[in-house]
Design a protein around this ligand. Structure first.
Ligand code: PSV
Ligand code: MN
Ligand code: MN
Length: 388
């Protein structure tokens, strides 16, 4: 038995934050494939994000990456977003694209470089004050390539010191979100490689420091839903960077490689209260569309998260609880699988129509002519930053 009743309120309230960099040209270390019509500045990225929201009704925020999205007047960019029906969201710091960061940023052995990185993070806080953003998301490319290159523990001390200098400057309603990643670009040791390290730093910092789970940042076989359940239990899950991976940090469309994993993750979000009205978990995408068109790629991503959410909400919790309590292993597993195997698309289409949207956002976008219009109007689009 599946229960679709519970899904409606959660899906109506669901908001998935889009990354501004998903709309720019991107690629791999080998090649960036330029696409026609990509944004030439942050304003055009905001316009594209707003277009995804226009067709899905579920993508009301766009995250910025600084300095990729540097503008003279952030208040103006925030007002532009509001004029287009969305808001600016998370501010992502970037202390990884500067010659000074060869040996790391916040954990660099040179105090001058650490100061430079800290200044950048404090500048991001100023951006947040201008945009009204709640979250500062930090991912560091820090680590070492060779055993003996630097002291692992001294690097942790340096990292902790910079994080606490940033944390002290947060406004009352602002949060520091620390993102971990198994490896890359450092290959021997990474300074924030896993949720244990991120959690340890966040616990030391305080209540407004939380962990970001980027679904592409784990070793193959990692039980990501276990991490999600554990962080929610400790009230330390700050946000998701959703994407999907076949091998490593592929940044492909969320739910494309393993929709079952996405369902399992979102089921744990449900169990841990992450969909409740007072939950502060931010559901973000962190993706690049290297070979597929970007706006439809984001629309499809939002729909994939909606579908997995609907399935997670379709689990009959009473029946599941009874089966678990009775030790009915196959029964409990069957209840979960019934929900996963449910076709939730008709229900999502009905919910869209209920709010005046077209039932099929992909088809509606294709028919809108927006893609052709930006291809004709925008000449010389900018690179997302990745693959630069
Ligand atoms: C690092 O791989 C990462 O996931 C971080 O979130 C960065 O800010 C982002 O990618 C940039 O795409
Ligand atoms: Mn990420
Ligand atoms: Mn990543």
């Amino acid at each position: 038995m599946v229960d679709l009743e519970a899904a409606g309120p959660v899906l109506r309230a669901q908001s998935i934050e889009l990354p501004s960099w998903a709309f720019g040209n991107s690629g791999t270390r080998f090649k960036v494939f330029a696409q026609a019509g990509v944004p030439r500045d942050p304003f055009e990225k905001v316009a594209d994000a707003a277009t995804v929201h226009e067709f899905t009704g579920a993508a009301g925020k766009v995250a910025l990456h600084i300095p990729w999205d540097e503008v003279d007047d952030y208040g103006k960019l925030a007002a532009y977003a509001v004029d287009h029906g969305i808001q600016l969201g998370t501010i992502n710091a970037n202390a990884f694209q500067d010659d000074d960061y060869r040996l790391g940023s916040v954990a660099n052995p040179d105090p001058r470089v650490r100061r430079k990185a800290l200044d950048h993070l404090l500048q991001c806080l100023e951006v947040m004050n201008a945009t009204g953003s709640r979250d500062l998301k930090l991912w560091f490319a820090d680590g070492t390539n060779y055993p003996g290159q630097d002291s692992i523990s001294a690097r942790q001390d340096r990292l902790a010191e910079v994080l606490s200098s940033v944390y002290e400057q947060l406004g009352d309603d602002q949060r520091l979100i620390l993102e971990y990643k198994l490896f890359e670009p450092a290959f021997y040791s990474t300074d924030v490689p896993d949720w244990g390290t991120a959690l340890t730093h966040c616990l030391a910092l305080g209540d407004r420091a939380k962990v970001c789970v980027d679904t592409g940042h784990h070793a193959p076989g990692t039980n990501i839903e276990f991490i999600v359940a554990s962080l929610l239990r400790l009230k330390k899950l700050g946000s998701f960077d959703f994407n999907s991976r076949f091998y490593a940090d592929d940044d492909l469309i969320v739910g494309a490689a393993d929709p079952f994993q996405l369902f399992r993750i979102l089921f744990e979000v449900r169990c841990g209260g992450g969909f409740s009205a007072d939950s502060e978990v931010a559901f973000m995408l962190d993706q690049c569309h290297n070979i597929e068109p970007k706006i439809p790629g984001e629309i499809r991503s939002v729909m994939n998260v909606q579908e997995a959410t609907a399935k997670a909400m379709a689990v009959d919790m009473d029946a599941l609880g009874q089966a678990q309590q009775a030790g009915d292993v196959l029964g409990a597993n069957g209840i979960l699988m019934d929900a996963f195997d449910t076709d939730v698309r008709p229900m999502l289409a009905a919910l869209r129509e209920e709010r005046g949207l077209k039932a099929d956002p992909m088809a509606a976008y294709a028919a809108s002519g927006y893609g052709e219009r930006i291809a004709a109007e925008r000449v010389g689009g900018a690179q997302a930053g990745w693959g630069a």
